[in-house]
Design a protein around this ligand. Sequence first.
Ligand code: NAD
Length: 413
Amino acid sequence: MEYFCNEKYQYHLGEDNLELLDGILRESQGRGIVVIDKNVLRLYQGLIDRAFAVGTIGRYVLEGGEKSKNLAQIEALYAKFAQYGADRTTPIFAIGGGVTGDIVGLAAATYMRGLPLVQIPTTLLAMVDSSIGGKNGIDLPQGKNLVGTFYNPRLIVADIRFLSTLPSLEWSNGLAEIFKAALISETGFLSGLEAGCHKYFGSKGWEENEGDSERFCAKGEGKLSADRANEVSTGADNGTLPVGLYQSLYRNHQFLVYLIRSAVEEKLYLVDRDPKDSGGDRFKLNLGHTFAHSLEVASSYSLPHGRAVGIGMILATSLALNLGILEEPLMPRMKRLLGFWGLPVSVPAGLDWKAAVDSLAFDKKRHLGRSVFVVPLAAGKVVKVEGIERALLERIFNGSFSTYSGEGHLSVR
Ligand SMILES: NC(=O)c1ccc[n+]([C@@H]2O[C@H](COP(=O)([O-])OP(=O)(O)OC[C@H]3O[C@@H](n4cnc5c(N)ncnc54)[C@H](O)[C@@H]3O)[C@@H](O)[C@H]2O)c1
């Protein structure tokens, strides 16, 4: 079943839609190469075998995990491509989450100056974010995503069946990016999302929720396809994620498809207007992310990305509030949304927030030596601000808000 298709970027969202690969497989006369995340292969061996029944010239299994996003993996892939006799007509199929997509994207973009790439995202985050927009990359010891290219896949096939085994931590990571897309969307996605929460989850406490995630954590409700998901190691979720809600969301295909489709449309719209991230609208996708990265660094990456992005959006909203440029009461809306879906709404106690402020000095998106923050003014309206004084940043991070009176060298663009 097809739920959505964007012709220009060949993005297909559906259920049981892997037969879309047939055209590319036949065109290449069975000479494709599959590169797949180890956990995904273990969970979906039968489905993958059926989808590639036409044949391939090789299959390579990636260990997965952020640790594998390194140069050694790229070299290993080049060696495999050479061993299998890949040429410039050999399609490369990347099956997995954002880590797989980023590694395989870079290898495919650079081997023989570019092999046809097909992305088959299997996490929510990969479906709504990392498979779209052409960015790929690996990490260096000096920092994350420091090496990469822009290289669009020929086809992206997102099959929501993969989400049936997604661990709760990965749901929260993908949802945070969906909520960011909703906040920046000019098409009313945030209101649609809130209306959906009210309609489908009113009985689970959406109305009463005021951003207190602990109150709404359905502890002990069991994970999605518990047995199979538990096989996948993703790090602890501290037992605080509302796994029952994620389960309900997975079962509610109508709302799930609405969320994925709306987030995908938002990202496609922005990357289309600024394909190489060169000063156009694509900056909006960075909403909350400068704060989020600093928190991840300060926590030595023990704070999961989705939680960091959730807090980052709150801090960005708080910055706008403190600067007196917020045009709508967004804070309660964001706290309610994030809290309801199990994402934190303040910097966790115990996290060294001063180290987070320090780390902003090394952010790679700085402009003329100054940190740039993307902040919301209203739903669908975001701007860049820079030249924020450290004293204000400290107040934002430690939650002691007050109205900002300093001038600094503030610039709002
Ligand atoms: N290129 C971009 O534009 C872009 C954008 C955002 C993020 N990223 C990158 O994406 C990466 C994060 O991606 P991610 O969150 O998908 O992580 P991931 O690829 O590590 O996947 C998360 C975990 O889920 C498992 N998994 C994957 N699919 C599954 C399924 N269907 N069922 C059960 N388990 C499954 C994986 O084995 C892994 O353990 C980061 O490296 C980040 O830098 C890239």
